[in-house]
Design a binder for this molecule. Structure first.
Ligand SMILES: [Zn+2]
Ligand SMILES: [Zn+2]
Ligand SMILES: [Zn+2]
Length: 508
């Protein structure tokens, strides 16, 4: 039996005897080793793209054919290419790769010394900041007190207008299902929560603009003067908190002005002396100051003034800080610690609430076992979309994101390298593999500049043969291979970055 669009869920429905037979057939096939190589090159992707075609590499000047590649000689006559999906629930392998790329991107901008970003950037004033959403009502939470976990909301026996206790004396363990759920859902301000989430990207935009203004003011100069001396670069990641609202982690770095950028020095030093502590201070001040007046969520209601939450964390990032200390007692953070910490959240998205991408109704979510708070948020998203007029009609499209329409990781253009450049580097690496040139991921695989590329020309012709592994047996084999590979790669990243970043709890 041939399964053309396989996935792990489909593999489960296929008769195990059939799968076993397919696995055996693949293992015993004469070209199994080459198939396994291909599966590994596609990162053991859940649902790879199957291509047929050929590529010819020519010397640009002489026209000499340097190498040829064709899928006709491959097992099944196809080349397997990654699906590239960023969601872990769709393809663990590709989302893992995306996470790795994001780590490289952020680490390059924080620590330098890779991806064409010089080590000198680590000496620029840099701050790791976390800005949160305000409270929309108390939710069950973990607190770190002296000597371990503290109680959730220690309070005397007082009840809210709905007759529910306003305090909670429990000490919630990490996996407690109550975490993130309101103490009283009828008291919780759902509309405000959804309105804030919808406008969060605008609030962030205003934050970056205001930060430039406040920094100039702190330095006693006009904004025009500051532009001549320095420029702020941002890299940020949005992370969902358990209560279903995002917060932002950002690396904010001060570079030299645009006028000082040259091909030789793409990341010049700022021409004004700003200690990282001062930058951190201005960031805290700006986060407390910035506001946005949101249009009303329904007719006749007043608009809401949106702000960030009171918990603003801004810590200098210095290469002299201890690498393995993400804890409270040390104020400064090491660049690599921060990069690992921030990248950890890059692919989390909404998946932790178990919301499928095309989710439309809170009833469907409840049937999937999604908790009552998130279902209520989803219902509020749809409510506001229908009552809020033109300003909120777009919410429907972002229902599965609980109304968050921003990107999960963004950076300003000059922060570091780009995902596109990393992908080009990887494609080049795959091409080298196809040509049979020896290369090792640790050295040539991630290089951005390949001098040989300028003198050669690649003519290729590809056609789509299908999507997914050819059989459920192949899919099962690929899935088996992928776990080992991911473990290995994680271990490799860990030894490089020491990301001992104890998770911190923000918000109430
Ligand atoms: Zn994939
Ligand atoms: Zn509690
Ligand atoms: Zn209540």
């Amino acid at each position: 039996m041939t399964v053309t669009d396989s996935s792990s869920s489909l593999a489960c429905r296929v008769d195990p005897v059939v799968v076993e037979r397919q696995v055996a057939a693949r293992l015993l096939s004469p070209n199994f080793n080459r198939w396994a190589e291909q599966a590994a090159a596609a990162g053991h992707c859940t649902s790879p793209i199957r291509l047929t075609g050929s590529a010819t590499t020519l010397d640009k000047t002489t026209g000499e054919v340097l190498s040829t590649y064709s899928t006709t000689g491959e097992p099944d006559g196809v080349l397997y290419v990654r699906c590239g999906n960023r969601r872990a629930s769709v393809c663990p392998s590709c989302s893992h790769e995306y996470k790795g790329d994001t780590w490289h991107l952020l680490a390059a901008g924080a620590a330098g010394g890779m991806k064409g970003v010089p080590e000198s950037v680590a000496a620029h004033p840099m701050v790791f900041a976390t800005v949160t959403a305000p409270s929309f009502g108390p939710v069950h939470t973990t607190r770190t007190g002296q000597g371990g976990l503290g109680r959730c909301h220690p309070r005397r026996r007082v009840v809210c207008q709905h007759g529910r206790p306003v305090g909670c004396n429990a000490v919630h363990a990490d996996g407690d299902s109550r975490l993130g759920q309101p103490l009283c859902r009828d008291c919780y301000r759902y509309t405000e929560h959804v309105v804030w989430q919808w406008h969060a990207p605008e609030l962030w935009r205003r934050f970056t603009i205001t930060l430039r203004r406040r920094l100039a003011a702190r330095l006693g100069m006009t904004q025009t003067r500051l532009v001549q001396l320095a420029r702020l670069s941002f890299a940020k990641v949005a992370e969902f908190q358990r209560r279903g609202v995002i917060h932002f982690h950002a690396l904010i770095r001060l570079d030299g002005p645009a006028s000082a950028v040259t091909g030789e020095h793409p990341f010049p030093v700022p021409l004004v002396d700003v200690p990282a502590e001062v930058l951190a201070d201005v960031i805290r001040e700006t986060a407390a100051l910035v506001a946005y007046d949101a249009p009303p969520a329904s007719d006749g209601e007043p608009g809401l003034r949106l702000r960030f939450g009171k918990q603003v964390d801004a810590r200098p990032v210095t290469s002299t800080a201890s690498r393995d200390d993400g804890r409270e007692q040390s104020r400064d953070l090491h660049p690599e610690t921060v990069a690992a910490y921030i990248a950890k959240y890059a692919t989390k998205a909404c998946e932790e609430f178990g919301l499928p991408q095309r989710l439309r109704s809170p009833e469907a979510a409840a049937r999937l076992g999604v908790n009552a708070h998130i279902c209520r948020l989803l219902a509020t998203v749809l409510d506001v979309a229908s009552t809020g007029g033109e300003h909120y009609a777009g919410l429907v499209r972002w229902a599965a994101m609980l109304g968050f329409r921003g990107h999960f990781s963004t950076k300003s253009r000059r922060y570091s390298t780009t995902l596109g450049r990393l992908r080009t580097a990887r494609k080049r690496w795959q091409l080298q593999r196809l040509r049979g040139e020896s290369c090792d991921e640790g050295t040539t695989g991630w290089q951005d500049d390949d001098p040989a590329e300028d003198s050669t020309l690649v003519l290729s012709d590809w056609a789509l043969a299908g999507i997914g592994w050819l059989t459920a047996g192949d899919a099962a084999l690929a899935a088996t291979g992928s776990d080992g590979v991911r473990d290995w790669r994680d271990a490799k990243v860990r030894t490089r970055s020491h990301p001992s970043t104890s998770a911190r709890t923000y918000g109430t």
